[in-house]
Design a binder for this molecule. Structure first.
Ligand SMILES: Cc1cc2nc3c(=O)[nH]c(=O)nc-3n(C[C@H](O)[C@H](O)[C@H](O)COP(=O)(O)OP(=O)(O)OC[C@H]3O[C@@H](n4cnc5c(N)ncnc54)[C@H](O)[C@@H]3O)c2cc1C
Length: 413
């Protein structure tokens, strides 16, 4: 008889894990209430950012924090009343910026992204969505020579970890992206960076792939996980509890309380980001444009031009402050003069953020039949294929394709 697995969460991580487990002869049920509008898998920027291997916690980001915090609608904000609750997370964030941890995180992200890079195409082909991948590349933009110089150590570290890139001057940049205002002194071109046509279509394709293979779905919230005579009981809010051999916790930014009931205090915060999607825009861009100093990106998707980013710490339940999305759009209009800002749809999403930017992939420390697959921060779409592959290997007790220690929940003990 097949073993039975429950996957908690039907975002891009849960959907991909469910398919991988099903492929390896598990009977799989995915559980999700589907009422979290701010779950980011459907409406993120759509970047397959394999080259993005620098963790957020770094000396260069810490130096920008005071400037960013002064601006009420700037790239970073912390709701004042929320600071005491988030303080332990921020302490860990500062510790994660120490060179030794930072460099370990770079290596861990590079290995995970590379594995995803290998697995993405076959996964999307199986789902019939390989045409969703657009190998367009990305450009990190610089407004001044000093900004470029400040970025150089980061590029050296990326090069040391196998990332290929090329610095270009203003002339070449404007030839590549004629829609940009001539305010950038240059850019760094990352060819190995793909975009998807629409993250919602990717999620739907992978979900349907699982369903075609027999993955079941329960429309409900998980409220607890208990162990009883070698089996796991998954407690649901409205439906009858279910009994399984294996649980995968993939509830994104909502995973923390469930991990806590299992005895693991994982530093997980909702890092809220905003975007505006404008259909039928008169400006066209050819690659992902990264406005690093301003903390936002622009991507052209099938549903429109999406301008978004930012990091707001206010918890999971605070209503969105769309002034942030408007501020980013206003800045983007300075850089893309033909951008029409009307008729856009605004959205806020909760990134599952871990202080060292490494996702949590591994066994719960006290309940070995529970596997964690959450905390992918800015890169969940990018890292889903590798995460699901590793989760299936762990469930089957196979040797993982890469060392999973850097992602282990035990690093927080
Ligand atoms: C503005 C923005 C732009 C981004 N751009 C990119 C990008 O370009 N590239 C990239 O790789 N990543 C990007 N990301 C990050 C990426 O979207 C996330 O890392 C990824 O979507 C996380 O996926 P997930 O499946 O872990 O979580 P989610 O998408 O949050 O899914 C979690 C699911 O768990 C469910 N759930 C919650 N609680 C329970 C419960 N108790 N029981 C059952 N189910 C539950 C929720 O309903 C939800 O469906 C971006 C994020 C944001 C906010």
């Amino acid at each position: 008889m097949n073993k039975r697995a429950a996957v908690i969460g039907a975002g891009i991580i849960g959907a991909t894990c469910a398919y991988e487990l099903k492929k390896h002869a598990y009977d799989v049920v995915v559980i999700d209430p589907e009422h979290h509008e701010s779950a980011p898998s459907k409406y993120n920027a759509g970047g397959l950012g394999y080259a993005e291997v620098l963790p957020i916690a770094s000396g260069s980001i810490l130096r920008k924090v005071p400037k960013w915090l002064i601006d009420p609608v700037g790239p970073l904000s912390i709701k004042p009343g929320y600071l005491p609750k988030a303080m332990p997370w921020f302490v860990r964030f500062v510790l994660a910026s120490k060179q030794i941890v930072f460099r370990e995180s770079v290596r861990a992200l590079a290995r995970l992204n590379l594995l995803s890079r290998e697995l993405c195409q076959p996964l999307y082909e199986a789902a019939g969505i390989s045409s969703a991948i657009r190998p367009v590349g990305a450009l990190h933009l610089y407004e001044t020579e000093q900004e470029f110089r400040r970025a150089l150590p980061g590029w050296k570290l990326r090069a040391d970890n196998g990332i290929k890139f090329r610095h270009i001057g203003q002339g070449e940049l404007l030839a590549m992206e004629p829609g940009l205002a001539p305010v950038f002194t240059g850019a760094t071109l990352l060819e190995d960076w793909h975009l998807v046509s629409d993250p919602e279509a990717v999620l739907s394709g992978i979900t349907q792939l699982g369903q075609k293979r027999g993955v079941d779905f329960i429309h409900d919230s998980v409220v607890g996980i208990q162990s009883r005579s070698g089996k796991l009981q998954v407690l649901l809010e409205y439906s009858d509890n279910i009994q399984v051999d294996q649980v995968v916790l993939a509830a994104g930014a909502w995973s923390g309380p469930l991990a806590k009931t299992l005895g693991d205090r994982i530093p997980l915060e909702a890092e809220r980001g905003y975007n505006t999607t404008i259909p039928n825009n008169s400006v066209s861009i050819n690659r992902e444009l990264i406005f690093g100093e301003h903390g936002f990106v622009a991507t052209q998707l099938d549903c429109g031009l999406r301008i978004g980013g930012g990091a707001e710490f206010a918890g999971l339940n605070e209503p969105p402050n769309y002034a942030r999305a408007s501020a980013m759009l206003e800045k983007a209009r300075r850089f893309l003069p033909r951008l029409r800002a009307d008729g856009g749809t605004e959205w806020m999403g909760c990134r599952p953020a871990i202080p060292d930017s490494r996702p949590v992939i591994g066994r719960a420390t006290r309940q070995r039949q529970v596997l964690y697959a959450f905390g992918h921060g800015h890169l969940g779409l990018t890292q889903a294929p590798a995460t699901a592959h590793l989760i299936a290997q762990l469930a089957l007790e196979q040797q993982p394709s890469i060392d999973v220690k850097p992602y282990s929940p035990e690093r927080f003990a």
